[in-house]
Design a protein around this ligand. Structure first.
Ligand SMILES: NC(=O)c1ccc[n+]([C@@H]2O[C@H](COP(=O)([O-])OP(=O)(O)OC[C@H]3O[C@@H](n4cnc5c(N)ncnc54)[C@H](OP(=O)(O)O)[C@@H]3O)[C@@H](O)[C@H]2O)c1
Length: 251
């Protein structure tokens, strides 16, 4: 599979889970991939494992996020694919929510996504040439929303609100950037087996598994394959969509 040969991709939060699986999927399709992690050693390890290169990033830092995108575009002669994957999930019933948890979740999940999309849009709008000297313009941005952004989840009000914002960002950015050849979509995973969901109680996971039409939880590579599709030319007429990857949790 070589549909992404010559494309430059940035995956935020590429050290683990869905991000790492996405790095692998994009690499397998031939893309040059830069991944980010908060810790240099962890990012280097993921990069060595996948043939990507690594940068550190705290996604809650708006300026730093924009600068990382700019750096990748400058070092690789442009940016074709951005996957805004870095995200956090704070759980807690409404009565337990603290102001700092709200700020942190919105900073990482929403502000970080806005900063990345803003900087990527600037880079992708620029004319450039690929490795074979062919002119290129535009690009594909994929954001990580969640089923809870649409349907809600008790104990996850802030996280759900942040993911609803991400889905909305994808739609608005798609409208704004389509004329420049930039597609913006989101995936909305159900419950995927990663570190993020490992802390959920077993009975919650069992319930979610049973509620999915496919009768099981999802795996990170099953989300990554959809992200790779949205990133590539197979999805060239797809923009502004929030695509469920939830095993039929929501139908
Ligand atoms: N798993 C699910 O069921 C599920 C469902 C719906 C949506 N999602 C979304 O999918 C995305 C990935 O989830 P996951 O399950 O793969 O999570 P994960 O296993 O916890 O991995 C999270 C990734 O994000 C990075 N990250 C976390 N906080 C960061 C920060 N403040 N700044 C920069 N990077 C940060 C982590 O990097 P470090 O190595 O530096 O910690 C890691 O690479 C998230 O946006 C999540 O909300 C997941």
């Amino acid at each position: 599979m070589s549909e992404l040969v010559g494309r430059v991709a940035l995956v935020t939060g590429g050290t683990r889970g869905i991000g790492l699986a996405t790095v692998k999927a994009l690499r397998a399709a031939g893309a040059t991939v830069v991944l980010t992690g908060r810790d240099q050693a962890a990012a280097d390890k993921a990069a060595a494992e996948t043939g990507a290169t690594a940068l550190t990033l705290e996604a809650g830092d708006f300026a730093a996020t924009g600068n990382v995108v700019k750096q990748v575009a400058a070092e690789h002669g442009g940016l074709d694919i951005l996957v805004v994957n870095a995200g956090i999930m704070e759980s807690g019933l409404l009565g337990m929510i603290r102001a700092e948890d709200v700020s942190r979740t919105l900073d990482v999940n929403v502000s970080g996504a806005v900063a990345a999309v803003q900087a990527a849009a600037r880079a992708m709008a620029r004319k450039r040439t690929d490795a074979d000297g062919n002119p290129r313009k535009g690009g594909s941005i994929v954001l990580l929303a969640s089923v809870v952004g649409t349907y809600g989840a008790a104990g996850q009000s802030v996280y759900a609100a942040s993911k609803a914002a991400v889905a909305s960002l994808a739609r608005s950015a798609a409208r704004e950037l389509g004329g420049r050849g930039i597609r913006v979509n989101a995936v909305a995973p159900g419950v995927i087996r990663t570190d993020l969901t490992a802390s959920l109680p077993a009975d919650v996971l069992d319930k979610q598994s049973a509620a999915a039409a496919l009768g099981r939880l999802g795996e990170a590579d099953e989300v990554a394959d959809v992200i790779r599709f949205l990133a590539g030319d197979g999805a060239r007429y797809v923009t502004g969509q929030v695509l469920g990857v939830d095993g039929g949790l929501i139908v």
